[in-house]
Design a protein around this ligand. Structure first.
Ligand code: NAG
Ligand code: NAG
Ligand code: NAG
Ligand code: NAG
Ligand code: NAG
Ligand code: NAG
Ligand code: NAG
Length: 532
């Protein structure tokens, strides 16, 4: 009985959650494409050879709710983290601790990035922290329980996730007797947002943050809602104007088959399940184009997907109809298959996507739409009411999204004014061909809150491990700048630490000496007594 009920709840959630996921077609803010497996970089000729055996996995008993003292708040869960101390210079040296802030997925997905390269360069200690509600780091004993309903999901938000990292880092430093070692937080995409926010919220724990492809301005209508799709369109237009035009013209042709041509479209696009609406096909194609633009770099086996899609679309002989070209583009992106599962784009059901569905109804709520005919996509304005209804259908009618909350919690409006005096030691790196770069910080804000944009870069490229074979020179330069800037932070911190220690020593010597006011008072009393 109990099992049956929970299964029902589970299925219900499962079904409803997907309605929110499909509300937007843009890819999650992930470091790598969700549809591509990891470890595809061939012959990694990177500068380090960090091995699996250098990494050790631990579980930290984490506080469920950092912001309340209600009995429930003291519930704990096991948070997974992975360390690599092979190259560490040790506590009480100037060697830093790099902390990679995990994103929407199991932490294993985050360990093959740049930190391995940093370890020997900085003699660094590496820590990777899994984000709560993802991977194994779920409260209430199981993923299913944790995702039961809005009550159990309620502890799932960015502020709690940052507090997790703060508590874990402090505990770890204590255990290593490394209280004074400098900590730098690193993250990409959503993790980049977390990294920059961590530095602002916990400046006493991290001396700096490397925030790669972090669209921190993508909240509370700070940006026009079409910014993401405009950059996707620009990427396609730059590769081929005729490809852009073909895609732009295709939507109304697909629509014209809505009434009685769905079997035709199903057959033409070889979808595994029959299409129920033309929107399913359009959402799928949109998702492909967005993903291609977001990860448009030389990463075999799917190198430069925008070029590949456009080469296929443009490559057919003159007079070929538009739909046939669009099919060729989709096949070029996904490879020859007997049929195409489009559900994984339209209704993803993996755990990370379901977690992300909660996040886009809470902290990651932002508007995505097209209000004008200025992209290669159809006009489709963002509808907040529909969006909120999707969240409520999933999480209950009492669930009320708070569209302004993230900007209030972390800032966003007038970011320049806020960060110029108040912030320091943050690198915002971006690739301008990444659609999310439109939500990033692209200008230097102060001497130490700096932007490192690259014209031809895409999403989180600088966080990929160095690869002599594939890395363009501007990417090498971007990474070199990041290292130089971070070395500067560490140098400055260690200088200040030394200064403070010597001040403290002087200060404590001073305390031992009898204060002069005391001596003067004694003299005064003696003199007074002597006179009278
Ligand atoms: C939410 O799920 C938990 C765990 O499955 C359950 O104990 C609780 O009663 C549920 N709450 C609501 C309001 O449905
Ligand atoms: C630090 O040590 C304490 C006591 O052994 C332990 O409970 C805690 O989990 C450790 N912290 C981390 C981050 O591993
Ligand atoms: C580092 O210095 C602190 C304070 O001087 C000391 O308590 C700690 O034991 C030192 N750690 C190591 C590993 O030497
Ligand atoms: C059509 O609807 C059915 C039932 O909801 C679903 O299983 C199927 O995946 C849908 N087809 C496509 C192509 O999405
Ligand atoms: C949008 O612009 C394109 C090209 O300029 C044109 O072909 C298309 O019909 C326009 N769509 C709408 C809805 O105006
Ligand atoms: C910001 O300053 C750094 C030097 O600190 C420089 O390398 C970088 O090009 C500047 N960024 C922009 C967008 O001007
Ligand atoms: C960017 O790529 C284009 C096309 O390959 C090339 O012409 C241009 O020089 C590149 N720009 C930079 C800054 O590398």
């Amino acid at each position: 009985m109990a099992l049956k009920t929970s299964l029902l709840v589970y299925l219900l959630i499962f079904f409803l959650v997907t309605s929110v996921v499909s509300a937007i077609s843009k890819p999650r803010v992930g470091v790598i494409p969700r549809t591509r497996s990891k470890g595809v970089l061939p012959s990694k000729s990177s500068i380090t050879t960090s091995k699996e055996e250098d990494r050790k996995t631990f579980y930290y008993t984490q506080t469920l709710d950092h912001f309340n003292y209600k009995p429930d708040s003291f519930t704990t869960f096991q948070q997974k983290y992975i360390i690599n101390s092979r190259y560490w210079g040790g506590a009480n040296t100037s060697s830093p601790i790099f902390v990679y802030l995990g994103v929407e997925g199991p932490i294993e997905g985050d360990i093959d990035y740049i930190l391995d390269d940093y370890a020997p360069i900085f003699n660094a200690f590496l820590v990777y922290i899994e984000h709560r509600y993802y991977g194994e780091s779920v409260p209430f004993g199981s993923w299913k329980k944790a995702y039961s309903n809005a009550t159990t999901l309620g502890y799932f938000n960015s502020a709690q996730a940052l507090a997790d990292c703060a508590e874990l880092i402090v505990s770890l430093k204590n255990n290593l007797s490394a209280e004074t070692s400098p900590v730098i937080v690193v993250g990409g995409s959503y993790g980049g947002m977390l990294a920059s926010w961590f530095r602002l919220k916990y400046p006493h724990i991290a001396i700096g943050a490397l925030a790669s492809s972090a669209p921190i301005l993508d909240t509370d209508n700070i940006l026009p809602e079409d910014y993401y799709y405009k950059i996707v369109s620009k990427d396609f237009e730059e590769v081929s104007k005729s490809c852009y035009d073909t895609i732009q013209q295709s939507w109304s042709i697909i629509d014209s088959h809505e009434k009685n041509g769905l079997p035709f479209l199903t057959q033409k696009f070889k979808t595994c399940n029959p299409l129920n609406t033309s929107s399913e096909l359009k959402d799928y194609l949109e998702a492909i184009y967005c993903e291609a633009a977001q990860y448009d770099y030389d990463l075999p086996p799917n190198a430069y997907p925008v070029n590949r899609i456009c080469d296929a679309i443009d490559g057919l002989s003159k007079g070929t109809d538009i739909l046939t070209r669009i099919v060729a583009g989709a096949v070029a992106y996904r490879g020859e298959q007997s049929c195409y599962d489009i559900d994984k784009y339209n209704h993803p059901t993996d755990q990370s996507s379901l977690g992300w569905a909660w996040q886009i109804c809470t902290d990651m709520l932002s508007s995505y739409g097209r209000t004008r005919n200025n992209t290669m996509f159809q006009i489709s304005p963002f509808d907040l009411h529909k969006y909120i209804k999707g969240c409520q259908d999933t999480y209950g009618v009492s669930f009320t999204p708070r569209p302004h909350r993230t900007a209030i919690e972390f800032g966003g409006h007038n970011i320049r004014l806020a960060l110029q005096k108040f912030g320091s030691n943050i690198i915002f790196s971006n690739g301008l061909r990444d659609p999310y770069s439109g939500g990033g910080v692209l200008e230097n804000i102060s001497d130490s809150v700096v932007a490192l944009p690259t014209t031809n870069g895409t999403h989180c490229m600088d966080l990929q491990p160095a690869n002599d074979q594939y890395d363009p020179i501007w990417l090498v330069e971007q990474r070199t700048s990041e290292i130089k800037i971070m070395k500067g932070w560490i140098r400055e911190y260690n200088k200040m630490l030394k200064q403070e220690n010597s001040d403290r020593r002087k200060g404590s010597q001073g305390d031992a000496v009898v204060p002069s006011w005391f001596l003067l008072t004694i003299v005064f009393i003696i003199v007074k007594t002597w006179i009278f």
